[in-house]
Design a protein around this ligand. Structure first.
Ligand code: PLP
Length: 365
């Protein structure tokens, strides 16, 4: 089928499969592929399938609704909901065999009341806050909490986990969180309450802090081929999976002094080839200086302000309408990667990819 989209994402599923397999091989640990936020904008269902075919045993999502979509589309792998679940979602989690995070006494009361009403048991992973200040019981409260959960009779504790706040950095907090986690785990172990799945590591920890791997690594970034730190390349066994392309809408030679874009913030000093690309901040690029695209194998600067649906680019020569434009990806010897955009925008790679608008069609290759 011909591709008549003015702009589109290309997602390389075999890269996701091979990244997953490489992670499992190199960490020697089972993988939970984190596909929350529509797999950071890459498409949760397709990424989930690709990660599973690379060997991922588990999937992680933020909300129950994300788990529901995976189940409705035939995904049978165990799924952990990392965030809040309420009301009928708890009943449905039981019915769909989705595992919920149990982070507090309040949730325990809620979950056990729902499970009792449904007359079936709910599967959970306990969450302990080892020092991120976000979610979970304090390590010293874990043992009494686990006993209360057990006493409720309605809940199967299948896992225990925590999340690291600064795993991307060489930070004293990593060791402190790990020690707290180990101590909390030991308190369960000594009382015969060690759950099957114990996990702590995200991408950065899975790579740099092997002692955090335990039974499962929870990885989003590296599965997608995104870097752990934007200034550090991944080993060559990991491949980027996301490209963002467009077709040149027009290219005209503007006379000197002919201003470009809202606010006329760019005025060519001589005659210039200015191309129009049908991508704007309404697609998820940022309305900030420093954007570039690749055309004809060359990086070209975006000039003037980004519009909602279009941008203007200074070209070294004329190109025909329909010429391929790369916003993220490779063309010839040049590449612009998600980490390059994250550096320009001074944000995370996930912030860049997750905010790519759904109106940009996803093509899976
Ligand atoms: C609880 C939890 N575990 C794992 C991850 C995956 O992190 P990463 O994409 O850095 O591997 C996230 C993502 O934010 C998370 O919230």
């Amino acid at each position: 089928m011909t591709n008549n989209n003015p702009t589109w994402l290309e997602i390389n599923l075999s890269a996701i499969t091979s990244n997953s397999a490489a992670l499992i091989r190199e960490t020697g640990t089972p993988l939970m592929a984190i596909v929350k936020g529509d797999a950071y904008g890459h498409g949760a269902l397709q990424v989930a399938r690709a990660a599973i075919s690379g060997g991922a045993q588990w999937l992680g999502v933020a909300r129950f609704g994300e788990a529901r979509i995976l189940r409705q589309n035939g995904i049978q792998a165990p799924i952990l909901v990392l965030g809040l679940a309420l009301g009928e979602e708890v009943d449905e989690a039981i019915a769909r065999n989705v595992t919920l995070t149990l982070p507090s006494r309040e949730s325990l009361e809620h979950f056990s009341a729902r499970a009792k009403a449904v007359g079936a048991k709910l599967r959970v992973h306990l969450k302990v806050d080892t020092g991120m200040g976000r979610q979970g019981v304090f390590p010293d409260d874990l043992l009494p909490f686990a006993r209360e959960v057990q006493d409720s009779g309605q809940i199967i504790v299948d896992g225990l986990y925590s999340h690291l706040a600064a795993a991307e950095e060489t930070h004293a907090a990593n060791e402190i969180q790990l020690e707290r986690f180990k101590k909390a785990l030991a308190s369960l172990q000594e009382n015969g309450l060690r759950p099957r799945w114990v996990h702590l590591a995200n991408s950065a920890a899975a790579f740099y802090l092997p002692q955090t791997r335990f039974d499962l690594v929870r990885v989003g970034n590296v599965v997608l081929g995104l870097r752990i730190r934007i200034d550090q390349p991944l080993p060559e066994s990991y491949l980027p999976s996301l490209s963002w392309k467009a077709k040149l809408a027009s290219c005209r030679r503007l006379p000197a002094g002919w201003g470009v874009g809202y606010g006329l913030t760019y005025i060519p000093s001589g005659e210039e080839w200015i191309g129009v690309v049908p991508v704007g901040y309404g697609d998820g690029l940022r309305r900030m200086p420093g954007n570039q695209v690749i055309i004809g194998g060359q990086k070209c600067p975006v000039v003037g302000r980004l519009c909602l649906d279009q941008l203007m680019v200074r070209l070294p020569q004329a190109y025909p309408m329909g010429e391929e434009v790369v916003i993220i990806g490779q063309q010839g010897d040049e590449s612009i990667r998600v980490h390059d955009l994250a550096a320009v925008y001074q944000t995370s790679q996930v912030d860049v990819t997750t905010l790519i608008n759904q109106r940009v069609p996803h093509i899976y290759v």
